[in-house]
Design a protein around this ligand. Sequence first.
Ligand SMILES: Nc1ncnc2c1ncn2[C@@H]1O[C@H](COP(=O)(O)OP(=O)(O)OP(=O)(O)O)[C@@H](O)[C@H]1O
Ligand SMILES: [Mg+2]
Length: 358
Amino acid sequence: MAEKQMSTGYIDTQNGDAQEESLRMVSARPIEGEPVSDEELRPETLDGFIGQPRLKAQLGLFLKAAKKRDVAPDHILLAGPPGLGKTTLAMIVAHELEVPIRVTSGPAVQHAGDLASILSSLEAGEVLFIDEIHRLPRAAEELLYIAMEDFRVDVMVGKGPGASSIPLTLPRFTVIGATTREGMLPSPLRARFGFTAHLDFYPEDELEKLVERSAKVLGIVLQDDAAHQLALRSRGTPRIANRLLRRVRDWAIVHDLDQVGPDDVKQALSLYQIDSEGLDRLDLAVLKAIVNSFDGGPVGLNNLAAMVGEEAETVETVCEPYLVREGFLVRTPKGRVATSKAWEHLGRKPPEDVMKLF
Ligand SMILES: Nc1ncnc2c1ncn2[C@@H]1O[C@H](COP(=O)(O)OP(=O)(O)OP(=O)(O)O)[C@@H](O)[C@H]1O
Ligand SMILES: [Mg+2]
């Protein structure tokens, strides 16, 4: 398969931090040259979808009931951070229901009319997948409420003062919305979804299974513990796990290896400056700045950013969420503080007060 090497540049124009983030091997968003959703590695059935057991059970039941009743199921909202499987699940739903899927996204819909024409061409039972649904223009959102609730769309005929709207009845269909920012969805829109799934970061054992599955698909033979080492470095995110696996495959190809062992994983990924906890150069620079230059903190965001030579926004939106989630850093009203775990990760003994408090 033709695949470009990791390179600089960015894809997502949603916000400034996405530009920074997509330069990083451990970004949860796709990086330039990389397929947004990796068809080759994407499971087609709910059974093949790894992890998220509760969500799978709920969705399985929901889809089975709809199939048994022979109706299009209620609309589905998939919410959660990038790279956790929202698009994958949308495809799986259509596959399980054995119906076609139409794909669009919030930013692709520039005018309400664009959405009206998609809606009016839907067939009975079809799935309409709207990625980044929080980015739909307001007028399109309003049109969508009505279509989702009443299966009706008002089509404008004519222009200017003589224009009139003709209501068009739509067949029953299912909207699947995906969002990384559920909070940005207006509540009337959120309320139109009969099933909402929140995708969560994956625990290590699930990521390990995911890596094993992807390795099989890619024809990579992993020795004991290699999948585990990859899982440890994948920041709870399938997209990152699959990306790191491909970089490990490069290593195996270049070194003529038939099998990949745990040390190969460690060495291949340390080339990309990714450590045993999935921290990369920038994450470590942030922790080192707090511990070494500010005695563990508290330190203000701007000072910290200046110290590591990054924009404050990058540090705040790109590095910190993972560091906070993994318990390396806490945000206090006085500033950022490195936890005992951070001190120990850097090979330093945490001071008494840090040990007591964090
Ligand atoms: N549970 C899973 N089992 C197997 N593979 C998965 C799973 N979740 C995600 N993947 C793989 O991870 C990659 C990213 O998943 P996907 O594109 O569905 O994420 P997403 O949530 O839609 O991300 P974004 O918010 O950026 O659109 C895909 O290649 C997919 O095959
Ligand atoms: Mg997606």
